[in-house]
Design a protein around this ligand. Structure first.
Ligand SMILES: [Ca+2]
Ligand SMILES: [Ca+2]
Ligand SMILES: [Ca+2]
Length: 148
């Protein structure tokens, strides 16, 4: 019994509580953890925005490639060389305005493509989607082959 009481006393001594230093250290560690979670959130949001933009561009490029692949093999849009609807002096979309920003069918992007005649029955299409935001230009180029 005596021993038991002694043990109880010792135990209660151990569980006296935390010192101010211990609490400060705990708060500091917690703060570092919370700050790194916040930083992770920021980079996750940035990553999402970036991948969202990339998938929009890829979809836009795919749509234009689809269009070019379905044109007759000898269509003027598939002639060898560079094609730039926003800068070709032609009213491509037939709205009465020449070379306006959406003459290529895209207000947000500049769609250009280059055609290489590989053989008489095969062409390589290199389609580029360009976008300028906050003064910096980003481009995405997709290559595809058109067979007669
Ligand atoms: Ca036009
Ligand atoms: Ca044009
Ligand atoms: Ca455009």
């Amino acid at each position: 019994m005596k021993n038991f009481i002694l043990k109880l006393k010792q135990t209660s001594k151990v569980q006296k509580g935390f010192t101010l230093i211990e609490i400060l250290i705990a708060i500091a560690i917690l703060s570092i953890g919370l700050l790194s979670i916040a930083a992770m959130q920021v980079s996750a949001i940035r990553g999402n925005a970036k991948s969202n933009k990339l998938s929009q561009r890829t979809t836009t490029a795919s749509n234009h490639i689809e269009y070019l692949l379905n044109l007759p093999f000898n269509d003027s849009n598939l002639s060898a060389g560079n094609h730039d609807p926003e800068n070709d002096g032609v009213d491509n979309d037939g709205d009465g305005v020449t070379d306006e920003p959406d003459d290529d069918g895209e207000l947000k992007y500049s769609v250009t493509w280059n055609i290489t005649d590989d053989t008489s029955s095969q062409k390589t299409i290199a389609l580029t989607i360009a976008v300028t935001s906050y003064g910096s230009a980003t481009t995405l180029t997709i290559n595809t082959i058109r067979i007669r």
